[in-house]
Write a protein that binds this ligand. Structure first.
Ligand code: ADP
Ligand code: RBF
Ligand code: MG
Length: 380
């Protein structure tokens, strides 16, 4: 991910996208389409996600009707789809780091505009399910309030105008390619947070591409820094996963000298989708052996360019034997950094050892240490 350390540009307000940037709309849309397309004997394979991300609702509907060759008109599709979607709106979850970001900006008096390709009414319904969100936005602009949706600059120009700001003073945060194009066309500074994996190459016109909202550094843009990082780690809502240790790529100990105990990805598929890739840490429990500090990566391991998203926990302890088949329990309590690519195996290994040191030190802090005694880690 491009993470230049130099200060880029002083901005004084934020224009932020909603679907795919602050909330995981795609998850719910995918669930509905999977069932809906069955009716026509078709199977939703998620491939269309790539095309519909960032489109207006009308464009997205047209894409689906055309690509699946549905025997109905676009407005017929819409009149069936929208009631299904409305009924599920309360299930759309906020994305990791979204709540933290908008509350931080609100708390520091940074004006924020919500600028979305969806209609004003739809935006209002979606955010009504997230407590305190409406108050975080000084301005809301939907695509029905301007002549053209993104990639046209209209939505961002209107948002800047209503905030009384020059576009050059605005920071746009966007997950989609049309959204990034709209932001650049409007003359704003743009951070891209791609919502689909392995698509970074499509976002070259953005001023910065980050992996998830956890990686935003507002101070790079002249905005107040987050104050919740502790000793190079970011506390997260703890998540618990567990299962029997299975064989992985057989690469950890052999190639890196760093064994990572793999769990079956099927057992925690939802968690895998929900959590951004990156390096995390926490506690690991093995019923017969005890509780150990743990540092792990979650993602596609860019250095090896894996096809599958995996979790790779390294238990920070020297074991005299392997423990395949044993029940491994993890409580993940903090975040360290995004996954990265490296120019050599040595530099990847050195970075993982650095992560180990960060995790080992952080886990002694009371706020992280307290999870060590959680019975989840060792109960059968
Ligand atoms: P695989 O690709 O099968 O996961 P690895 O080379 O990554 O192979 O080794 C992981 C295995 O090594 C684990 O499943 C576990 O049985 C064993 N192991 C030994 N020490 C550790 C450790 N400190 N952390 C994680 N796994 C370890
Ligand atoms: N792989 C990468 O390609 N990039 C990384 O930034 C990266 N960071 C890691 C950090 C930790 C703490 C651990 C345990 C592993 C990391 N790996 C990373 C994953 C490593 O490639 C993986 O464990 C091996 O491929 C074994 O399957
Ligand atoms: Mg492994």
């Amino acid at each position: 991910m491009s993470m230049s350390n130099s200060l880029k540009k002083l901005t004084s307000c934020v224009l932020i996208d909603l679907d795919g940037t602050l909330i995981n709309t795609d998850g719910v849309v995918g669930d509905i389409l999977r069932k809906y397309l069955c009716k026509y004997g078709k199977q939703w394979d998620g491939r269309e996600s790539l095309k519909i991300v960032g489109q207006t609702p009308l464009e997205a509907a047209t894409t689906i009707v055309e690509d699946y060759g549905l025997p109905c008109k676009v407005d017929e599709f819409n009149s069936e789809f929208y009631p299904l979607f409305s009924a599920q709106m309360d299930k759309i979850k906020s994305l990791p780091g979204a709540n933290r970001l908008i509350r931080h900006l609100k708390c520091h008096g940074v004006p924020v505009a919500l600028a979305s390709n969806s209609s004003r009414a739809n935006i209002e319904s979606k955010i009504s399910h997230h407590e305190g969100w409406k108050e975080c936005f000084s301005v809301i602009v939907g695509s029905d309030e301007v002549s053209k949706g993104k990639p046209s600059p209209d939505i961002f120009l209107e948002a800047a105008k209503r905030l009384n700001k020059d576009p050059a003073d605005c920071l746009v945060i966007e997950d989609s390619v049309p959204g990034v194009m709209a932001g650049k066309a409007a003359g704003t500074n743009v951070i891209a947070v791609p919502s689909l994996p392995k698509q970074t190459h499509l976002y070259t016109s953005a001023d910065e591409v980050i992996n998830s909202l956890l990686d935003i550094r507002p101070e790079k843009w002249g905005l107040p820094p987050f104050q919740d990082w502790i000793e190079n780690t970011l506390p997260i809502d703890p998540w618990h996963i567990g299962g029997p240790v299975i064989k992985g790529f057989g690469r950890g100990s052999k190639v890196l000298g760093i064994p990572t105990a793999n769990l079956s990805t099927k057992d925690y598929a939802d968690e895998l989708v929900e959590h951004p890739s990156g390096v995390y840490f926490g506690w690991a429990g093995l019923a017969k052996r005890g509780v150990f500090k743990m540092v792990m990566s979650i993602g596609w391991n860019p250095y090896f360019n894996n096809k599958e998203k995996t979790i790779e926990p390294w238990l920070l302890h020297d074991f005299t034997e392997d423990f395949y088949g044993e029940e491994l329990r993890l409580i993940i309590v903090g975040y360290i950094r995004p996954e990265a690519n490296f120019s050599s195996l040595e530099s990847l290994i050195a970075k993982i050892h650095e992560d180990r040191e960060v995790a080992e030190k952080a886990l002694d802090l009371p706020s992280y240490a307290k999870f060590k005694d959680d019975p989840y880690l060792t109960k059968g």
